[in-house]
Design a protein around this ligand. Sequence first.
Ligand SMILES: Cc1ncc(C[n+]2csc(CCOP(=O)(O)OP(=O)(O)O)c2C)c(N)n1
Ligand SMILES: [Mg+2]
Length: 624
Amino acid sequence: MASGIEERASTSRTAISPDTAIASARFDDKDPLLEPCNAQCAWGSDAVAEMLRRLDVRYIALVPGSSYRGLHDSLVNYLGNRDPKMLVCLHEEHAVAIAHGYAKVTEKPMAVAVHSGVGLMHATMAIYNIWCARLPVVILGATGPGDAELRRPWIDWIHTAKDQAALIRNYSKWDDEPRSPQGVVESVMRAHQIASTQPYGPTYVCLDVALQEMPIEGDVKFPDVARFAPGLPPAPASEAVEQAAQWLVDAKKPVILMGRVSRSESDWQARIALAEALGAVVLTDMKTAASFPTEHPLHPIEPRFRPSPAVADILKEADVILALDWIDLKGQFHQTLGQNEPVPAKVIHCSVDRYVHNGWSMDYYGLPPADLPILSTPDMLVPPLLAAVRKLRATDAPAAPKWPTRKSVALPAPQNERTMTLRDLALVIREFRKGRKVTVPTYSLGWPSETVSFDHPLDYLGFDSGGGVGSGPGNSIGVALALKGSDRLVLAVIGDGDYAMASNAFWTAAHMEIPMLVVVANNRSYYNDVAHQERMAVVRGRPVANKFIGQEMIEPDLDIIAIAKGHGIDGEGPVERAADLAAALTRGEAAVRSGKTYLIDARVDVRIQDAARGEHTKGRQKSA
Ligand SMILES: Cc1ncc(C[n+]2csc(CCOP(=O)(O)OP(=O)(O)O)c2C)c(N)n1
Ligand SMILES: [Mg+2]
């Protein structure tokens, strides 16, 4: 397999018998590994550790804490710190963000351990992000002792909560607080099963201190985990597949909206074959990971964050729309057809997302009309739908395109010689990607998507989270961890605000030798919000020049590279010119190929963009 990922995935879910559990550890890092000094499953927390190994959980990201000192001991001394291997983090938010990135690639849960209520509180935003991304993680927490008689004075009291999971129940799929070592076995297995069942999501098991530290009396029975697999998502009803195929084949102007889909290469090929069998136009979304080759003739418009007028024209003309788990389908209709305007096309909507909707956050978006709702996943639907379409057409040959096909537009070279706009930066990165197998975990905000080019499901991993800034570093590390040892070069582009909030996540990458190239698109501001203040000023007739006040990170400038170096990461910058960035990327690649993380501080000049729009930005930057 080209990426190396699927090979590893294929070894997962192997049942390990109790006596071979430790002998068959497979962690293949070059670290000298600790020999387990006591392989006896003797304590409550040993049962938790044993289950993580049996469930083939490879890594556990954590910030330690006394509430789970029992579990920590089991990971080190019962398991020998392998399968799962610990990733020590400098903030709980990063621990979950790393698991999020890992799941973007593997669609499998890592474990995360967080200390009592305080660690869980630190983790909450990242848990919300992974919840919104519909990706799996198993979070282990701790509290107590629940029995007040066992609590140490002071500290155990402030770190004990009743119903600790209440902190995250509104944005997680399931939680539990098992009461015995035997109870732990089922609890951890269920947490893993539910997290890994689509729609994926976070689960949380809270372990009482006393339970972790109790000696196991008698035997704990460990089941064959292969008998508790999550199972495939629901297959689409055959009547629905036939109906969808008929509508799509009969359509004069069929459209496919490619939303949340798998990272599998065969699913990718099936989507191409379906679009070609229909001659349908395909639209893609920057919020979701790469889902279709951007340069394909049936993909006329670049992936969008928001629909352009050209997208609106297509949706107005469409007579059948196949929406494959598209994020915010109703929002897409509102932005293209008008608020609450009827959708002229017949809508086929394939998604299982509604199975996790609850009443707390509105991450379920508006309720879209669906003439044919299909409660299945895109990857379950596409192969039988393709077969049904081919049968109706009585051929496997591609259909003639029913829309004007893609016209490739030559992109200009970077426009500015002495400074760089974000677009200049994006053009350099586009050039750099050519001929290389690059995975981009994330781009910085406002990325000019006409510069992207994807032709593999691992080329880009999407922005489908809860929009919490500070996730980029952790997510990128998780992606690079999952791709470590593969033939892909990980190149993350993150904003300076995102970096500043979470720069200490990179220490874990340095410590664990997780290689990746990071470009900080450094506009020295929370520029997204500068744009909002500009809008307020325009609407209210107030001075636009004040829009930078309260938004900039200047005087002093953040020393992006010094911060990186302080966390053990090498790099260079500030790089101010597009020509210099190209050379810096090449140097960075060499460092990454030798196993290092390398970070480039790329200065993005937002004043040129403003000047081009005729705005004066007097308020800004003595230090420019
Ligand atoms: C935790 C959190 N705090 C604040 C925000 C509001 N916010 C959205 S984008 C943004 C700016 C991020 O800055 P940066 O990463 O530098 O990107 P830029 O907009 O400058 O390109 C902010 C503060 C948020 N989404 N999440
Ligand atoms: Mg910024």
